[in-house]
Design a protein around this ligand. Structure first.
Ligand SMILES: [Zn+2]
Ligand SMILES: [Zn+2]
Length: 271
């Protein structure tokens, strides 16, 4: 892909990122799942191991309190190879944990946006390379936040201050889960109907088959590779947003929670 093409097609996204920055509001933009009913009936593929199951289940239950979100949990097999690949499935959110390597990020939420500007799939990854030894409350915070991004939310802050929501960047014990403000934002985001639903059950098999290893070498295929993130359009504190091209003219938006102690991802040419 040519860099200039990427710049052209992402300029709108960059502008919207910058203009939204001016608002003290965590709807990062107007990205949302298309819904014909104001409720997103979202299949969520559970690809986490037992040590993340509590964070996953609780995050799902908390986000389900939103009148506009109805999570429908589905399973897939928990083999390491499947979790490492964590391939997105059309119409669904997928949540995985694995040791993705010392790539600089603890959590990564990627949403794929169609040509109408709607989210059509999302993937949330928890990096055990950094978080395996973290406390439950921190893991809850990251799990809950990455899921929040998949619904279309941004952060309430990135400076470490507490808004008592998982969408902030504080270590406050009260910041493990969504708060009423998040539910209000979801109401605002989803308070209209679209002419199609982008959250779709049975759109694509949850299975990744044998998930045979990629043969393009570690730079292209390594799970700790950041090569596919595209270009960085935002950073504040330990939060970054990257944008890359997807298939069929779609766009990927990647929300990164940097690992503690990092101020950037580990770029691929540096290892
Ligand atoms: Zn819409
Ligand atoms: Zn985030």
């Amino acid at each position: 892909m040519k860099f200039i093409q990427l710049i052209k097609s992402t300029s709108l996204i960059i502008i919207s990122a910058l203009s939204t920055t001016a608002l003290a509001d965590n709807s990062w933009s107007t990205y949302h799942w298309a819904t014909t009913t104001t409720i997103v009936n979202l299949p969520v593929i559970d690809s986490v191991t037992s040590d993340w199951q509590g964070s996953f289940d609780n995050s799902i239950a908390q986000w389900d309190k939103s009148a506009n979100i109805s999570n429908i949990v589905e399973s897939t097999d928990d083999r390491s190879r499947i979790r490492k690949r964590c391939s997105a499935k059309t119409g669904k959110m997928k949540v995985c944990n694995a040791s993705y390597g010392y790539n600089g990020w603890a959590g990564l939420a990627s949403i794929n946006i169609d040509s109408n500007g709607h989210i059509v799939k999302g993937v949330a990854k928890m990096n055990d390379s950094y978080m395996a030894g973290d406390t439950d409350d921190y893991r809850n915070h990251v799990m809950c936040q990455e899921m929040g991004h998949i619904y279309g939310l941004g952060h309430t802050s990135e400076d470490g201050s507490s808004q008592e929501t998982c969408m902030d960047y504080s270590d406050d014990l009260a910041s493990q889960w969504p708060n009423d403000h998040d539910y209000q934002l979801l109401s605002a985001i989803y308070n209209h109907v679209d002419d199609y639903d982008s959250a779709i059950a049975n759109s694509e098999s949850n299975s990744d088959g044998d998930a045979t290893p990629c043969r393009g070498g570690p730079k292209k295929c390594g799970s700790n590779s950041n090569a596919s993130l595209g270009i960085k359009v935002f950073q504040r504190g330990r939060a970054q947003i990257w944008v890359s091209h997807g298939e069929n003219g779609s766009t990927w938006i990647h929300h990164i929670t940097l690992a503690k102690g990092y101020n950037d991802i580990v770029h691929d040419d540096s290892h």
